[in-house]
Design a protein around this ligand. Sequence first.
Ligand code: NCD
Length: 329
Amino acid sequence: MPPPVGPRRPGRDLLGIEGLDAGELCEILAAAARLVPLVEGPPPRKLGLLRGYTVVNLFGEPSTRTRSSFTVAAQRLGADVLDFVASAHSSSAKGETIEDAARNLDALGADALVVRHARDGLPRAMAAGVRARVVNAGDGRGEHPTQGLLDALTIAEATGRALDGARTFAGLRVAICGDVDNGRVAHSDILILRALGASVCVAGPPQLLGEATAARYGIEPVRSLEAALDGADVVIMLRIQRERLGSELDMSDAEYHAAWGLDAARLARCCPRAHVLHPGPLNRGIEIASDVADGPNSRILRQVTLGVATRMAVLARACDVSLPQELRP
Ligand code: NCD
C-alpha cells in the first residue's frame, strides 16, 4: 500500500498476539476485567471515553459475533461506528480493492479500523497505509488476537487466576482440538496461553493439524481426542474451517464427530470442573455435542460477554485513551 496521507494517529495497532509480551497482554486483560461490571451492569452501560471518535468495521468475510461485539464495544465507549462490509452492495462489486476502500474510510476520518479479511497479513499491510490505528479481527489463517485475549480472560475468570504476567496460567493444562491449521483462533490462543504460562496441547487429524503447524509452535501433535482430554483443565474446541479447506478432509460430518467430537462421555476424561470454550460459530453434532455446548462446563456464552469488555479495552488502547481507575457509567 502507498504510505498514509498524514502521520499515524496516536494509539496502538493490534495486529496479532505475536510480538506482545506477557506484561502488555496482562495490561490489556486487566483493563478488560475492569470493564466487565459495566458490560454486565444496568443501563446506561456507557462511557464517553471515545465520544467524537469514529470506529470503522471493515469486513471482507462473514461474521456474527466479532463484528457485533466490536460495534457494541465501540458504542459502549461512546464512539460513532461505521460498517463497511465488502459485498454485492459495496464498492467491492465495482472492482475497488479492499486497500482502496480502507484508504477512503481513513480519509473520512476513521480513528480505528477493525479489519477482517480472508487474506493473511492484510491488517498489517493496511497499517502501513492508513492514519487510523488497525485492529485485526481475523486475517485468513493468520491470527485473531481479540479472540485470543477474550479466551484468556474467560479462562482466567473461570479458573480464578490473577493476571500475573508469565505466571498467570502456570500449571494449567489447555487442550486445543480440531482444525488448528486453518483456525486463526487456535494460533492466537496458542501464543497468548503459552505467553501467560499455560501448558498447551494441540490435537487433530493430520489433515487439520499438520506436522508443520505443530512444529512451528514446537508442540507434538496429539492424534486422539481422548489423549488430549486426559487431565485437561480447559478444552478449546474448533470448527472445521471448510471455507479454507480443499479436498483434504476425507471424512463425513458423522465420521468426524465419532472421532473428534466432544460429547459428555469424552468430557468426563478431563478434570471434573474442566471448562469448555468455543469461539463460535458452533457446528453442533460435528466438533461439539449439544449436551456439552449447553452443559454446566460450557463457558461459550461467557466468552461472548467478556468479548465486549475485551474489545472495549482494545479500542481504547487503539485510540490512545486510558480508562479511569474508577469506572462509572
Ligand atoms: C472464528 C473466526 O472467524 O476466526 N469465529 C469468531 O470470530 N468467533 C472461528 C470460526 O470461524 O470458526
